[in-house]
Design a binder for this molecule. Sequence first.
Ligand code: NAD
Ligand code: ZN
Ligand code: ZN
Length: 340
Amino acid sequence: MKAAVLHGFKTPLSLEEVARPEAGADDVLIEIEVCGVCHSDLHVADGDWTQLAGIVKKPLILGHEIVGRVIERGAAVQSVMVGERVGVPWVQWTCGQCEFCLEGNENVCLKQRITGVMVDGGYAEYVKAPASHVVKIPDTLSSEQAAPLLCAGVTVHRALKQAKIRAGQRLAVFGVGGLGHIAVQIGRAAGAEVTAIDISEEKLALAKSLGATRTLNAATSKVVKEIRSTGGVHVALVTSASKSAYDMAFPCVRPTGTLLAVGLPAQDIAFPAIFMAAGEIQIKASSVGTREDLREVLAMGAAGKVHCQVSTRPLAEIQEVLGQLSRGEISGRVALRLQQ
Ligand code: NAD
Ligand code: ZN
Ligand code: ZN
């Protein structure tokens, strides 16, 4: 099968013919239709997260927003049928037995396997995945619309759920990329007043069209002053991969409010303890989502509450897509199309 393969950090992916994976007894084999290109793929390819370097498979096929059809199932599989359209998310498998799995937080399972990091992902024509952890795609949702929900969508859905965002609250979304453009919509759907912050006018225009009431360009305006002049926000969701977005977001949170850490810059982030304590600011981090979170966000997509801005590109253009993503030139999400 054709695949784009990572052989070493910071080296271009190579387009190769590789062996098609073989499904084990508990797996399904999936013919991939589309796979979203997430900024996390770029972090992995560049070796940004040094703490994770040891778990990255080599050589590796990246990609964790996979949608395709089941073409084979292992002998023990009963929950999924051949011909069904399914998604494979970041969390490829969890143990079901550790205390986090048992508490309903399988997204932080200690033994989890990560798609496109620890096992091969979706920049390829086929992928295998445990049947227990693939999610069914609602019939009314196109594969292009479903793919970004499998990481970008589920991540911001869970994060905003954790912050208990509700009608009448003020939400600021820092970074209106793949994750952020969905967060703006979920915030609006919850009845929050949304301010979107980015450094690109094109992305701010997209945020406005998706329901943001105020947009601020972090490169040209005084974001902190503007947001504080209207009382600060109940929730600041940082979906930018830039540390400077965190530095800007923290002072925008009103006392008792929440800073949601979702974007993953390579550098450490830090906040002044005196202001954290004085304002009883809550710092909450959020990691992708559980299978339940996935079903919820896919249902929101199927109901038309969330609409992703997606453009599709052939696998052969992956290196160009990653370059554009790193330069901030992609609005919404790009999904690779694996079938003609
Ligand atoms: P993206 O590149 O599509 O979007 C990032 C956006 O941030 C872009 O629109 C960019 O213009 C904007 N930006 C850059 N600098 C900024 C600044 N200083 N202020 C405001 N905006 C700025 O990326 P994405 O796919 O949406 O991913 C975003 C981040 O989220 C990445 O770090 C990714 O690894 C991380 N992520 C985390 C989780 C999780 O579970 N916590 C899940 C998925 C992705
Ligand atoms: Zn992702
Ligand atoms: Zn577990």
